[in-house]
Design a protein around this ligand. Sequence first.
Ligand code: NAI
Length: 347
Amino acid sequence: MATKRTHKITLIPGDGIGPEVSGAMVKVLEAAGEATGVGFEWHEYAAGADAFEATGEYIPKALYESVEQNKVAIKGPVTTPVGGGFSSINVTLRKKFDLYANFRPVKSLPGLETKYPNIDMIIVRENTEDLYSGLEVEVVPGVVQALKIITEKGSSRIAQFAFDYAKKHNRKKIHAIHKANIMKLSDGLFLRCCRKVSEGFPEVEYKEHIVDNTCMQLVLNPYQYDIILTENLYGDILSDLCSAFVGGLGLVPGANLGAECAIFEAVHGSAPDIAGQDKANPTALLQSAVLMLHHLNEAEAAERVQSGIEQVYREGKTLTRDVGGSAGTKAFADAVLAAMESPVAAK
Ligand code: NAI
């Protein structure tokens, strides 16, 4: 089929398992695009330690310019040194482009057995504030302080995002997750903003849970949650917890959304324990690419990729190790490519 539309996308493969899952994602998107009349122009950039080695910058200026121009990027994970070293590339990009909404749908895949079948929830995480402000100081030797920044603007707009999404997509319930019993000013402000926004949406049930109780409630009965609306740190932790309901970090996609730009990336990190071994599950990045295709208004290509993924899980013959199979990253991607060609997926 002749290409009808071409999208310029900034591609940040990342490090660790990033290049493997990104390679799989590009292959699958190219094939889906070919079949649905969508072309991609990939503008590829390194970030983090690899970029520093090559250019002397952790985030090269050309990468920033590319995201500014293309407005849409997809990235693999980038390793952040623990307890020192350079600041997180991921957090820096989210702040630089004011990608305030981190949108993470957690949905069971057909055919994949887990302890919690038929999960369908969404985590909406504030993405630019909180303890991720990076404001840490040693007050005196042996005493350090980390600043938790919560603003009315940041809290109101993430709440607005969650309620707008709920209304548009017919979601019934939003839980604001907080620790305002202890952090009365900061989490208190967050809650006040959520309550105020909720008043404009009488059709969406609004509830509040304290974060530690939420962890227990999630494990006991995750089905009570529909949309989880929360601050940056709690959202980060709860995302990994919720990923386990549907089979783990190899599966859950994400989008970092702002008014101008969007960067799509999986919830998982660079997984150094399995990097370079053809063991990584590319499903999470593939499903992030599905979110990206919807963002680009390419619903047909998006559905083709999603149904290809779902067919592979339904058949259960070519699954990666994290979900009980023995296939490698490449074999999984090839199975998705084959599934997209089959009559079921190509309907
Ligand atoms: P991680 O998410 O990289 O790995 C946690 C566990 O999940 C590991 O056992 C790993 O093998 C497994 N896993 C993750 N993704 C998988 C996949 N696609 N397929 C199969 N198994 C998978 O978390 P960890 O180890 O805490 O972090 C490693 C590095 O990644 C750190 O430097 C961290 O800062 C960075 N990171 C980067 C993120 C990003 O770029 N957005 C997000 C989270 C962490």
